[in-house]
Every structure is written in C-alpha cells, then in structure tokens.
Design a protein around this ligand. Structure first.
Ligand code: 2AM
Length: 185
C-alpha cells in the first residue's frame, strides 16, 4: 500500500487554506485539492507491504513522543515544477524549523526500522493545486492564520478513484510535557 506521514491541520488553518484556495479559483486553472484533503507531508514512504504498517506506526509513536504541540503561522504561496503544470502550495511563516525537526525525527525512526522514504529535503508546505497554470497572471495574497499542530498521522493514499483518498491508519497526538496550556507563550 502507498503510505505517507503527515501533520494534520487544525480547523482554523483548514479554514484559512480553504479561503486561499477559493481566491485562487477565480484566477488559476488546474486541479484543486479538496479542502478535506489538506495536510502537511512529513515523509513519503510510497509502496510498502501491509505487513510493515505496524513498524511504520511504531516509528511514528517513537518520533512524536518528545514533541509538544507546534505553533505555526501560514505564509506565502510557492510552487514546484513547471509554470504550466505546477504544484501550487502555501508555506509557513513561522514554525518551519520545528516542523523540520519533527520531520527529521519521523524519518530517522522510519529508517531505524528499515522503512525507506523519499529523501527529498523537507520543505514544509500544504498543496492547494496540482497541474496549476501559473505562467500568466498574478497570484492573490494568501489568507494567513496562526494555529497549533497537534496530530501526526500515518495515511494510506488510494489513487484508484477520481481523486486521491487519504485513509488515516494510525494517529499520534503531540503532548505538552509540562502541562503548558498555551504554546504561544
Ligand atoms: P505534497 O506533500 O507536495 O502534496 C501523498 O502523495 C502526499 O505525499 C502528497 O501530499 C504528496 O505531495 C506527498 N509526497 C511527497 N513526496 C512524494 C513523492 N515522491 N511522490 C508522491 N507524493 C509525494
């Protein structure tokens, strides 16, 4: 099965990303990611035998054990690939270093269990569109918002239907070690 590990996004960030996506709809042609599929990929494993799912879940548990919830702020729009067939995403204005640390720990714990992942350097982003034509026109200003990342999930990606379906297989909550209520302070 096709697996990846992603941080789930709180409602406040999903709403802001949906608003950015709605602004783009008036201006950019391409395939829009459905708002209920927005996520922040930490590690992409690709095809993995189902017998190794417990190892991947254990890697997640270990990697996340030391991480408290991570405050983040959405940032600028960016793109990967060709201007007439781009992956268009929204990045992070704050929290990127912590997200990089978490992604590094997830990847290390996967590797320790013999699980391979795409070694491309981690670049925190939430994909809003694929095959976007951004060659002409100006992109709108994205909606930015603050939120707290509290859940990391192992997903199965099912590409057999009209649009990708992401099925959560195992989730870990990031817990504040000292009982701090407000991670912004
Ligand atoms: P994305 O993070 O840029 O959106 C499931 O395919 C998720 O894993 C998608 O969110 C996808 O891109 C991400 N991903 C990361 N590396 C990938 C790769 N090499 N192939 C496919 N998807 C990848």
């Amino acid at each position: 099965m096709r697996l990846f590990v992603a941080a789930e996004l709180p409602e406040v960030l999903l709403d802001a990303l949906s608003e950015t996506s709605a602004l783009l709809r008036g201006q950019v042609r391409g395939r829009y990611v459905a708002p209920d599929s927005f996520h922040l990929t930490l590690a992409f494993l690709g095809e993995v035998p189902s017998s190794q799912v417990p190892d991947a879940a254990a890697a997640l548990d270990e990697a996340c054990a030391a991480w408290p919830p991570i405050p983040v702020t959405l940032g600028a729009l960016g793109s990967f690939g060709r201007a007439r067939g781009a992956v268009l995403w929204q990045g992070f204005a704050s929290g990127a270093d912590e997200l990089g640390g978490l992604a590094g720990d997830v990847r290390e714990c996967l590797a320790e269990r013999g699980l391979a992942y795409d070694p491309l350097a981690f670049s925190p982003h939430v994909t809003l569109m694929r095959r976007a034509d951004i060659a002409s026109g100006v992109l709108p200003m994205p909606v930015v918002e603050k939120g707290i990342i509290e859940t990391v999930t192992l997903f199965r990606s099912d590409l057999s239907g009209e649009r990708p379906l992401y099925e959560p297989l195992h989730s870990v909550r990031l817990e504040a070690v000292d009982g701090t209520q407000d991670p912004w302070r």
